[in-house]
Design a protein around this ligand. Structure first.
Ligand SMILES: [Zn+2]
Ligand SMILES: [Zn+2]
Ligand SMILES: [Zn+2]
Length: 150
């Protein structure tokens, strides 16, 4: 059986994108060293989990780790591409890992990236939120791609 990669068929994506409580301290494991809720279990499709939650209860589940870059939550492309089609989404490099953002930037003015050559105009904009994109891609984040398709 093949599982469709159409984002609308990915049951956990809406839940993942709606979570606003990543990086809080786990209520179940306040005394453990790995207690920051920065993980999401695709099989359980529930609230964010800490390293100890994963170790004790989600060992054989599909888990992705959320990373934070300034105001954005991101996920490594190497972790997410197996589970959802990220084609056309702008990627960024954070701590030498390639990531995609989960949601569009909440903060007002998007940064202007000046990495192009002089005279090079970058007119790539997110098809959903009009945010400036660095590369010739279509979406700034998983959320924007998901919104565009649904
Ligand atoms: Zn926990
Ligand atoms: Zn699980
Ligand atoms: Zn966008």
């Amino acid at each position: 059986m093949t599982i469709g990669m159409d984002m609308m068929l990915v049951p956990w994506l809406a839940k993942l994108l709606a979570i606003t409580t990543f990086f809080t301290t786990c209520e179940v494991h306040p005394r453990e060293s790995k207690n920051e809720c920065n993980k999401f279990c695709l099989d359980c499709n529930d609230n964010p989990l800490c390293g100890s939650c994963i170790k004790y209860c989600h060992k054989d589940h599909r888990v992705i780790q959320i990373r934070r870059s300034s105001y954005n939550e991101a996920v490594k492309t190497t972790e997410i591409y197996k589970h959802v089609d990220i084609l056309g989404i702008q990627t960024y490099v954070i701590n030498s890992s390639t990531v995609v953002f989960l949601n569009k930037r909440a903060r007002a003015q998007p940064k202007r990236y000046k990495i192009g050559k002089i005279g090079h105009t970058n007119d790539s904009l997110c098809k959903t939120c009009d945010r400036n994109l660095v590369d010739y891609t279509y979406f700034c984040s998983l959320a924007c791609k998901n919104m565009f398709q649904s």
